[in-house]
Write a protein that binds this ligand. Structure first.
Ligand code: ZN
Length: 179
């Protein structure tokens, strides 16, 4: 089994049995994501302890890539601080756009998404969950700092879609669209 087969197995497995699927109630923050190009939809809820993400759940429907990516992300970000999440997102983004950074070795199972770089149309499927997570974190109560780049790759180019007008009343979750 070569690396490609292994990665394919990881994607298929996470699509078949997504981890952290569901909704947290109550949640400290939440956001909806939509990728109109493919029809992927995602609802993300999370819990925070200060600056740290203690729990993440997602729900939604979409293609195998979008579901597997959200599942992999939910495992990867749990227990991480916002800065660590930002830095991880930078690495994943670099991986998805075919510019893996030197720190890509820390990606663990997320590295399975590397094959997506060969299919530019699917990059948004894989990055939807990350945009949604960023939107949820942006409206989270504790600290309101905008992602000033956790180091690696500054603001990703296609994030102009995060028109998450954080006009939060507490009831309506931020909505991001990758368009
Ligand atoms: Zn998709």
């Amino acid at each position: 089994m070569d690396l490609k087969d292994l990665y394919r197995e990881v994607i298929l497995d996470h699509n078949r049995s997504p981890r952290n699927f569901g909704t947290l109630q109550p949640a400290d923050a939440q956001a909806n994501g939509h990728n109109p190009l493919c029809g992927d939809r995602l609802h993300l809820t999370l819990r925070l302890d200060g600056d740290r993400l203690t729990d993440v759940r997602f729900q939604g429907q979409g293609c195998a890539i979008s579901v597997a990516s959200a599942s992999l992300m939910s495992e990867a970000v749990k227990g991480k601080s916002r800065a660590e999440v930002d830095s991880l997102y930078g690495q994943v983004h670099a991986l998805l756009t075919g510019r893996p950074s030197s720190g890509a070795a820390d990606l663990g199972k997320l590295a399975a998404l590397g094959g997506v770089a060969e299919f530019p149309a699917r990059v948004k499927c894989a990055s939807l969950c990350w945009h949604t997570l960023e939107a949820a974190l942006a409206q989270a109560p504790t600290r309101h700092s905008r992602t000033a780049g956790g180091g690696a790759a500054g603001e990703p180019p296609e994030s102009n879609g995060s028109a998450a007008d954080t006009n939060h009343t507490g009831q309506s979750p931020a909505t991001v669209s990758t368009e």
